[in-house]
Ligand binder design. Structure first.
Ligand SMILES: [Zn+2]
Length: 598
């Protein structure tokens, strides 16, 4: 990002989030508070809340949140720089380049230049070098013609120590750029090539810039594939091999197919299905899905039956399936990956498998049901329990209902019983798996602030409410003093510190620029804060909250002193004993005073 911070803030300030949202989706209400149909998950009733004054949005359906820049990035498929340029044009702001950021950008450019240089070198070697015979015969055995080599820029890294290093030096590439780009390593006798004697698959980012390599061994010992290591330009968690070529076809087909290997991507391309992508030496994760979501809602995993059976297709989705994506599994014939099928010349097998794909959820349910002999009635109930756990993880009630009906049909168990099993699986799942505080969960238990579950306690909820008041910078905050000691949990104390910084110098009653402060932060803490800022519920009185928390704090101290008193021997240590008593009495006095203040 080469633009100055001041410009970025100015453009943010001049951009109207609500007006932008209206261009993309249905928005109800206007001005500072609006509700919109969320463009990031499928829904009919609006659950995306937009606060124009604070420059922030949050969806209570799928949890997506952010500021104007994030909005433009996610709805228009732009990167941050692109979003800044887009909004600056609209706002009539002329952007200036920040020299520090320009330097960082030029670092990126020099790494990409080095990588492009390596791509050209390896391709040239594959095409004509005498030592690339084995590589060429591998390429031929795969059925790749010259057009494939050119399209995918395939290459060969010579089995020498410094072939690439010397070539790049000749082009004027600096040693440190080669090392940073992961092309060379520093050894005792100088720089040496990272990739040697391998068939090279260059990996490109969305813009089509070469950022790294997957390298297949041809003979000898070693890992079958070697991938670039993380670098300033290569982040495997957010890169998909093939997406640069496939993206527009994925949009047209409204389907992306995820395959296991680089050769599978190429095979699908050759089979006239140029919609395949593969991860680069890592399991498919959330960032990959966020990337694919920009182009299509339907994502099909195509794996052979062995891998699918072993759960390879479901790595990363053990607990839940994102509700806004249509994730599917296409099971290919046993022992065959897409590359094998295309090599056999039977493309229709591949097409049919993708056509017949089932949802990941259905696939997981089938896997559970498959463990039982459903012709035996007593097995039905057990199978339902296992299937219910899978279904309960899905966020959408309509979808859960549909699967309940299908499980009832498959097992012969009454659908009411299946739904009951899903409900109880959902509530026990919440009890055991909840990692983040849910500030909106209502609890019937009062006065439970001394339990071991601070998240569920009424005190914790009061702390979150106070954070909410602070985030909204309520006029009632004027003249109220607060210190971090009011917050008993680490989470709320940290949120308090953060909101204090955001609010510095802003008079109570004025809107805080929460979009700038939190918009781009996806940490659990920031998400909770954004959610709090946008929840639609009347604000409690500040004094009331502070005084409740103070009473809570005094209660905590009282129980500590009481515990100490019980442990002290009055005879043996009269001094400590009477001092603790004095403390207890004064705490109780303070508590009474606090109460009378209210
Ligand atoms: Zn949403």
């Amino acid at each position: 990002m080469a633009y100055s911070r001041d410009d970025i803030d100015l453009v943010r300030h001049k951009s109207d989030l609500v007006a932008l949202a209206k261009e993309t989706t249905k928005v109800k209400g206007s001005g500072n508070r609006a509700m919109a149909v969320c463009p990031f998950h499928s829904e009919k009733t609006p659950s995306l809340s937009i606060d124009g004054a604070r420059g922030l949005y949050h969806c209570f359906g799928c949890g997506k949140s952010g500021d104007v820049y994030r909005w433009v990035q996610d709805t228009q498929g732009l990167d941050f720089t692109g979003a800044v340029e887009f909004l600056a044009r609209r706002a009539g702001v002329t952007l200036t380049i920040d020299p520090e950021a320009a330097k960082r950008r030029s670092q990126r450019e020099s790494l990409i230049e080095a990588t492009q240089g390596a791509v050209a070198f390896y391709t040239q070697r594959l095409k004509s070098a005498p030592d690339a015979g084995a590589a060429r015969s591998y390429v031929r055995s795969r059925g790749y013609g010259a057009d494939v080599v050119d399209t995918f820029s395939l290459g060969y890294s010579p089995d020498e120590w410094q072939a690439l290093v010397e070539h790049l030096r000749g082009l004027g590439v600096r040693d440190d750029a080669m090392v940073s780009a992961g092309l060379a390593r520093q050894g005792n006798q100088g720089l040496y090539d990272r990739f040697r004697g391998r068939l090279m698959f260059p990996i490109f980012d969305l813009r089509g810039d070469a950022v790294g390599f997957g390298a297949r061994i041809l003979d000898g010992e070693g890992a079958k594939y070697l991938n670039s290591s993380e670098s300033p330009i290569y982040h495997k968690s957010s890169l998909l091999y093939g997406l640069n070529w496939a993206k527009s076809d994925i949009v047209r087909a409204d389907t992306a197919v995820v395959v296991e290997g680089y050769t599978d991507v190429i095979a699908m391309h050759n089979a006239d299905m140029p919609i395949a992508v593969a991860t680069c030496g890592t399991a498919l994760g959330k960032d990959h899905l966020d990337l694919l979501r920009r182009f299509s809602e339907r994502v099909v995993f195509a794996f052979d039956a062995d891998e699918a059976g072993a759960g390879a297709a479901l790595r990363g989705f053990e607990h839940s399936v994102p509700g806004d994506l249509d994730l599917r599994v296409a099971v290919l014939p046993e022992g065959k990956d897409p590359a094998d099928i295309v090599a056999d010349g039977d493309i229709s097998v591949l097409r049919d498998a993708i056509e017949a794909s089932t949802t990941v959820l259905q696939f997981k349910i089938e896997a559970e049901l498959g463990k039982y002999d459903l012709s035996r009635p007593e097995m039905g109930a057990k199978a339902v329990q296992d299937a219910a756990r899978v279904i309960a993880a899905h966020p959408d009630p309509v979808t859960r209902r549909e699967y309940a009906v299908s499980v009832a049909r498959r097992t012969g168990v009454d659908v009411g019983y299946v739904e009951q099993a899903i409900r109880s699986a959902a509530s026990s799942g919440r009890r055991t798996a909840r990692a983040e505080p849910d500030p909106f969960e209502s609890s019937d238990v009062e006065g439970d602030h001394q339990t071991d579950h601070p998240h569920r306690s009424t005190m914790y909820r009061a702390e979150l409410e106070l954070i909410r008041v602070l985030l909204l910078n309520d006029a009632g905050l004027a003249g109220v003093e607060m210190d971090p000691g009011l917050f008993a949990s680490d989470e709320t104390r940290s949120m308090f510190a953060r909101v204090t910084v955001i609010a510095e110098g802003v008079p109570p009653g004025d809107a805080l620029d929460l979009g700038a402060a939190l918009g781009d932060d996806d940490s659990p803490e920031a998400r909770t804060m954004k959610e709090l800022a946008l929840v639609d519920r009347p604000l409690p009185s500040v004094e009331d909250l502070v005084s409740r928390l103070e009473v809570g704090r005094i209660d905590g101290q009282i129980s500590t002193v009481t515990r100490q008193l019980r442990q002290v021997d009055e005879q043996a240590d009269p001094e400590t004993y009477s001092q603790l008593w004095r403390e207890l009495i004064s705490l109780q006095q303070r508590k009474r005073d606090r109460r009378e203040d209210r």
